[in-house]
Design a protein around this ligand. Sequence first.
Ligand code: KG4
Ligand code: ZN
Length: 347
Amino acid sequence: MSGPLVLGIESSCDETSVGIVRGNELLANEVASSVAAHARFGGVVPEVASRAHLEAMTPTLTRALATADIDLAQVDAIAVTAGPGLMGSLVVGLASAKALASALGKPLYGLNHLVGHVAVDILDHGPLPEPVLALLVSGGHTQLLLVRDITGDIVEVGTTIDDAAGEAYDKVARLLGLGYPGGPVIDQHAQTGNPRAITFPRGLTARHDLERHRFDYSFSGLKTAVARYVEQRELDGEPVDVPDVSASFQEAVADVLTAKSVDAAQHFGVQHLVLGGGVAANSRLRTLMAERAAAARIELRRPRPGLCTDNGAMIAVLGAQVVRAGRPPSSLTISADSGMPVEQVLA
Ligand code: KG4
Ligand code: ZN
């Protein structure tokens, strides 16, 4: 394999990560998470995250270079998450990337974190077929994206009108007393639960909602329904069956995510679907999407679960695509953009 040797830095939330790729080949992906420091607060504390990034950045970089067995001087380009994310966290990665680019005399590419989540599948399954419909499901975002060119032509065709899917997982886990982050632990409990034990609502699927919000999502009603169910059980003095609640909640999320993805792919005449973001690691979402995509004769791409959550390799591989496409590098004076829109791949 050949292609540009790109070092990618990710620091938008609570993971400090450095990935190294050569073209579409993964050489290293080191991740240092500060999740344990946030767990007792039930969510990420921005100040704690920024400080952790400062401490973890240099050791993570050193480990990535050792794993890839390369020298910094060999790198062709430095890629970094410019947004969206937590301002104080983004700034640490961006300052590190600018320092490296400037000291090494190499181009800097400030990239969109969300697009990185979609691009990461290239490391597992090769070049993205385009156009492709991407379902991006993370802690802060839930979007359906029509991707005609991963380096510069992305259109949002649907989004959540309230909570993100990952946020719903985290909130439901909190009310079940399962800690943070909620996704992996609910996924685990759901394995032994009955997904048909409780019928939870599927947001924006009623006929009148479909007229205006055919490809949009809503998870706040679902979260409230789980809260009401748990409250009622407690009022009745009945135990809450955590596996059954987890499995039934998870089924509601996976059902609506997959149904609208397949509907959108068919509507836009797209033959390929790709999953991205932390919730794409979810076992039920992965299985149900595979079943429904196959039934609709749509080809599904799912990055391995370990690459779905935040990491530097996703930024490095997007950087490699951007370099190959000949896009101009970012200025060394770019700022972090906490609200960077998904249509903007490069800062
Ligand atoms: O993409 P990501 O690592 O960070 C953001 O950019 O937000 O996504 C984190 C989200 C969290 O809400 C976490 O609970 C969820 O992904 N998550 C999962 C699973 N693993 C992580 N949700 C459901 N099932 C999982 N297995
Ligand atoms: Zn993310």
